[in-house]
Design a protein around this ligand. Structure first.
Ligand code: NIG
Ligand code: FE
Length: 404
């Protein structure tokens, strides 16, 4: 597409870093060429070279960068509604995991599902996100736990991108849980599956980033570090599920490897935030898991703010701790549970989420040169995006500057 397209009669929330009040511009317009934003601003300042472009009026609607869900486990088989019942009767997430339920039960359901069945189930969750203006979704492996089953999950994830107008970022999360065949032998699992499988998956082009679950019910920092070393030798960025249920100092390990993000962080010590901040690692907060697990300990939000750490928000869509396929609900929860402002929540699902995926400057901001991945909302002000619960105020999405 070499033609310039021009959009007017809208309010823009650019979400550019350092620009106050959402970067709001009223009586705004923008121009798109070759799938990129070439100009955005007040209509009155429209550059002369856009005068002959095809124009579309947006009826006074709000335009934001398309949303980004930067942490999901969206590809999985079955569900864990029965476990939800058990938890409501008093069993804890950790107890269920230790008694063979939890992640390991989803592993069985994922291994036995056909490729097509995984695609079909995952598409339902993906479509729910797309209906809320999402254009980029990160999807992790972690329910296969053999080399072949982990790779198959990422092939499903990649396949979704061929079926819908969405960018999928794939993450190798073999170090998610210890499968029954390796019970009591986590080191062997790391050395025989998580590390060599990463090399194979990367060779097939299936890996954008590498993740692990650093927790007392999963892997130690030393075990995760072996996976991180393998990632570094392949030139792949890392991220980490850190300090979700206890303080394992995983975030500090992530920082030492210049991780793109450390995620969850309820048990991150205030005193560790400075070292974490120095690495430029994004804090990905997952209020859906906090809510579902009835967690009471909050991530150190004030310390993160104080040290200027970028905070992203994601659904953590997964069958156990966060059965949520709604980024707008996650934003709402981030405000109500984590005291984020609606502006911080929107930055968390746009600009900061892009950084958590290594996509800064390309996605998550309305800026000259960025991709024209935008969401047009039936909303008067961007605070509404975190305010409503249920229903989506999305009017339409623009992908490569074209309506989807
Ligand atoms: O992000 N923490 C580990 N992984 C997921 C939970 C996965 C599951 O319970 O199936 C999470 O919360
Ligand atoms: Fe997760």
């Amino acid at each position: 597409m070499t033609q310039t397209r021009f959009f007017s009669d809208c309010t823009l929330a650019s979400m550019k870093k350092g620009v106050p009040d959402y970067g709001l511009v009223s009586d705004a317009a923008f121009a798109v060429r070759n799938g990129r934003i070439i100009w955005a601003g007040e209509l009155a300042h429209r550059p002369p070279e856009t005068r002959h472009a095809t124009a579309e009026r947006l009826g006074g609607r709000l335009v934001t960068p398309a949303l980004i869900d930067c942490h999901t486990h969206l590809v999985f088989g079955g569900n864990r509604a029965r476990e939800f019942e058990q938890r409501l009767r008093g069993a804890s997430y950790e107890e269920i995991a230790r008694s063979g339920g939890g992640i390991v039960s989803t592993v069985t359901a994922t291994r036995t599902a056909t490729f097509d069945a995984l695609v079909e189930q995952s598409l339902r969750r993906l479509d729910a996100l797309l209906r809320e203006g999402v254009a980029v979704v990160e999807i992790k492996s972690g329910y296969g736990l053999t080399i072949e089953d982990e790779m198959r999950m990422l092939r499903v994830a990649r396949h979704l991108e061929t079926l819908r107008p969405v960018k999928i970022m794939t993450t190798w999360l073999a170090a998610h849980a210890i499968p029954v065949e390796y019970a009591g032998r986590p080191d062997a699992y790391i050395d025989e599956i998580a590390v060599p499988g990463l090399g194979q998956a990367a060779a097939e082009g299936l890996v954008d980033a590498v993740d692990g679950f650093c927790e007392n019910i999963a892997f130690t920092p030393a075990q995760i570090e072996r996976v991180f070393k393998a990632a570094s030798s392949l030139g792949l960025p890392v991220k980490l599920h850190a300090e979700q249920l206890s303080d394992q100092k995983g975030a500090l390990l992530a920082a030492r490897y210049s991780a793109l993000s450390a995620d969850h962080l309820e048990y991150l010590a205030d005193t560790d935030v400075e070292a974490f901040a120095a690495a430029g690692t994004v804090a990905v907060l997952l209020p859906g898991a906090f809510y579902t697990l009835k967690e009471t300990r909050l991530p150190p939000i004030d310390a993160l703010r104080h040290h200027g750490v970028d905070i992203a928000i994601a659904t953590d869509c997964n069958p156990g701790s966060s059965p949520i396929s709604s980024i707008l609900t996650a934003m709402n929860m981030a405000c109500t549970e984590f005291t984020l402002t609606p502006e911080e929540a929107l930055a968390g699902a746009t600009r900061c989420a892009a950084r958590a995926l290594g996509l800064a400057g390309e996605y998550g901001e309305i800026a000259v040169g960025a991709r024209a991945e935008l969401a047009v909302w039936d909303a008067g002000h961007p605070s509404e995006l975190s305010y409503w619960m249920g229903g989506s105020p999305l009017y339409k999405r623009l992908s490569h500057g074209i309506s989807t």
